[in-house]
Design a protein around this ligand. Structure first.
Ligand SMILES: [Zn+2]
Length: 71
């Protein structure tokens, strides 16, 4: 699953953690979890390489994930 931590009011960290034990699996960037807006919104999102972000849902393996110990 995805855990968002906000420290103070600026610093935020997004991590992929194990659904079973909460262990951190990997760091995520905002662009890993952002989803494309609805077509009627005149807004296009780009990742850090300038590619359009077209996913409409967060990746399934980020929503449900297990660490090496729980897999
Ligand atoms: Zn685990």
């Amino acid at each position: 699953m995805i855990r968002l931590e906000i420290k103070g009011n600026k610093e935020q960290t997004i991590t992929n953690v194990c659904n079973e034990c909460g262990r951190k699996i990997k760091d995520l960037e905002l662009q890993d979890i952002v989803v494309a807006p609805k077509p009627d919104m005149s807004l296009t999102l780009h990742d850090s390489e300038g590619k359009d972000i077209t996913r409409t849902e967060i990746d399934e393996d980020l929503k449900v994930s297990k660490c090496v110990n729980c897999a």
